[in-house]
Write a protein that binds this ligand. Structure first.
Ligand SMILES: Nc1ncnc2c1ncn2[C@@H]1O[C@H](COP(=O)(O)OP(=O)(O)O)[C@@H](O)[C@H]1O
Ligand SMILES: [Mg+2]
Length: 248
């Protein structure tokens, strides 16, 4: 059994614009990776393609040994169970409490008794440090707390892989620290993380490997030391913008 998630020669365009061109990416189990790129470069699109929420124009996505490209929702739902995603903004249901949000997927699946689901919900909320907020509604939470609820919800189904879309964007320094710390703890517990972000500090704190997306292509794949030493102009500009970057 092959325990990786893979994109092979993936191309995707929308509205006449090429977002990805012949894009290869392997998310190997145990390797915590971040995809960096400027806003609008296609980072969220990559996650949606990996989850099968979007279909590529060409190329394939593999989860383990199974190719999910072209499968119907019902067919890949089981295959996808090993993955959870923390969407940018959290994507919580406003009309449900924190506890209901976290338990939502388990209640929907209907495979576990209610008491067991409630135990899981409490445990996951404890893990992210907000068990006291179980009966609150999303509107009553700060941005950082919403992200933590979204992480707890992702954890409820006990996935092997957790995808994070800009998990620290818009948070204050303590919020950023909390999320980085949670990601590191998840990694220690054996979860594999894949994050997309433009936040370098978060990327360096939580990643074994970095991928840089520029103009539909991967132009870098390597470690923190390697990216810092890169002589590629686009990467240098991203790491340390200068007046030359004005209005680019
Ligand atoms: N439904 C859509 N229609 C047209 N363009 C879209 C649509 N969704 C995304 N895009 C464009 O695709 C590009 C990549 O989007 P996205 O993956 O969200 O970028 P990122 O997450 O890196 O900011 C952006 O330029 C965006 O404007
Ligand atoms: Mg995005």
């Amino acid at each position: 059994m092959n325990h990786s998630i893979r994109m092979e020669k993936l191309s995707y365009s929308i509205g006449g614009r090429t977002i990805l061109q012949d894009f290869d990416l392997t998310v190997a189990k145990g390797v915590n990776r971040t995809i960096l790129g400027v806003s609008g470069s296609g980072k969220t699109t990559i996650l949606k393609l990996l989850l099968g929420l979007l279909s590529p124009d060409s190329g394939n996505v593999f989860i383990g040994d199974k190719c999910i490209t072209g499968l119907h929702e019902a067919e890949y739902r089981d295959i996808r169970k090993c993955i959870a995603i923390v969407f940018q903004g959290g994507a919580l249901f406003d009309s449900m409490t924190v506890g209901e949000n976290v338990g939502y997927r388990l209640f929907e699946e209907g495979e576990l008794p209610q008491g067991e689901i409630e135990d899981i919900v409490r445990e996951k909320l404890g893990f992210v440090g907000i068990e006291g907020s179980i009966d609150l509604y999303p509107a009553e939470l700060s941005g950082g707390m919403k992200k933590r609820v979204a992480i707890a919800r992702a954890l409820a189904a006990n996935p092997d892989y957790i995808f994070f879309d800009e998990p620290t964007t818009g948070l204050d320094p303590i919020g950023v620290y909390n999320i980085c710390n949670l990601m590191q703890r998840l990694q220690k517990e054996g979860k594999t993380t894949l994050m997309v972000t433009h936040d370098l500090a978060t990327a360096f704190a939580t990643s074994d490997r970095l991928t840089f997306l520029h103009r539909s292509r991967m132009i870098f794949d390597g470690t923190e030391e390697e990216i810092k030493a890169s002589g590629v102009r686009e990467i240098r500009e991203f790491l340390a913008p200068t007046t030359e970057s004005l209005f680019v």
